[in-house]
Design a protein around this ligand. Sequence first.
Ligand SMILES: C[S@@+](CC[C@H](N)C(=O)[O-])C[C@H]1O[C@@H](n2cnc3c(N)ncnc32)[C@H](O)[C@@H]1O
Ligand code: SF4
Length: 455
Amino acid sequence: MDAVPSSSLLARYDGNLPRYTSYPTAIRFSEAVGSAEASCWLEEIPAGEALSLYVHVPFCDELCGFCGCNTSVVRSESARTSYGDLLEDELHRVTKLIPVPAQGRPPISHLQFGGGTPTTLPEAVFRKLFAQLHAAFDLLPHTEVSIELDPRHFEPQMAHLLAELGFNRASLGVQDIEPRVQQACGRIQSFEQTEACVVAVREAGIASVNIDLIYGLPYQTAESVQVTALRTASLRPDRIAVFGYAHVPWKAKRQQMMPEQALPDRDARIAQRAMIDATLREAGYVPVGLDHYALPHNSMAASVREGTLKRNFQGYTTDAARYLVGIGASAISSLPGGFTQNIVNVAAYREALEKNTGLPVARGVACSADDRVRGALIERLMCDLAVDLGVFGPDDYAAEKERLLQFAQDGLVVFDGERVSVTEAGRPFIRNIAAVFDRYLPKAGAGPKQHSQAI
Ligand SMILES: C[S@@+](CC[C@H](N)C(=O)[O-])C[C@H]1O[C@@H](n2cnc3c(N)ncnc32)[C@H](O)[C@@H]1O
Ligand code: SF4
């Protein structure tokens, strides 16, 4: 179990930090990188290299007060269908740029639909998109094909459609099962709805299930999150993601409706985290990185054992692909030259596609050689909780090693020669430890708030 850190330790490492789903992080993205760079970088992908493809759908059936994602409720079937047309159009443009191997089509090793709630797309859109995907790409036999679901709005026939299309993993939002917490968050979801959704996807043949939980929500206590963790574990999802509530009302305007006076303070948050950690370990789950748990037989637990876990914009993943191509409004791509992000606003994304023949890219960042080394180092720290600086050029990190001495004194890291390992006590502080290697992070207090609470 994560021991509960003392108040003084928490105070020392308090602050707002990136989640390090990329390095450089999204705050470095600028309009200096746009459609032209994205096109060149897609053309630089080596022919035949297995890719990861992400499809973003920014629609939901209902909005939740805590949600930090840029989503909206779109009820009209024709509007949902017409977004499908935009995805097809973008996919077509992207496909034309990716080099084709001498034999066959570019391979895909990982395909993810995320949002929002991608099941808001009509069946006909799914079918057309998959026909286009199969015509353009070679979906490898072990490709993980995953999708995010909202159990409050999920019918068994959707599970059958997804299984038929080849989805083999489903990720369900739960967050918390306590009625008072759900009320405060504007997300009412009975345990029976969650259970019915798990049963429906499994019966349809979608073998792997993930459930998302959140701690740090209004009215949560260590005791209440224990109940949520126990009941969630009773459904035996293969993976459980446990996110700390990111309260960023300056960015996610809908969070301004959240009852701030009922938010747990820093000490209560960390106690909740520790309680969920103990409960899930006791229930047989293996901790993965900062915020995931997996059953020992699951591929994510195996990737922890083998040191092959990866981290990308969707969080922890077993996806080994070097390049990620994102399509849809706000989708982020990780390409040979750097990162790009599509236009976030759906109307503006549509306008860009209708107005010109380029890619609907809003911003991005080119990666320098130093960015790549630091990015790889931070990824290993976030995934393995250890990094061998000897591999990354130890002489270049003298200042960082010095800053880590404080972490070592606090029992959060240990040194073994050039190897830095995060202790179990240090696990909740991985973002702080990774931040030591982030050369772009503004000094504490400098500039506007951009990130969520680190712990
Ligand atoms: C993009 S949502 C998709 C899930 C699906 N739409 C649903 O709600 O059931 C993925 C997950 O992000 C997490 N999430 C959203 N807003 C968050 C926030 N402010 N802080 C922490 N986690 C958040 C929730 O756990 C949510 O299940
Ligand atoms: S948590 Fe899921 S359903 Fe709720 S607003 Fe966010 S994406 Fe939509």
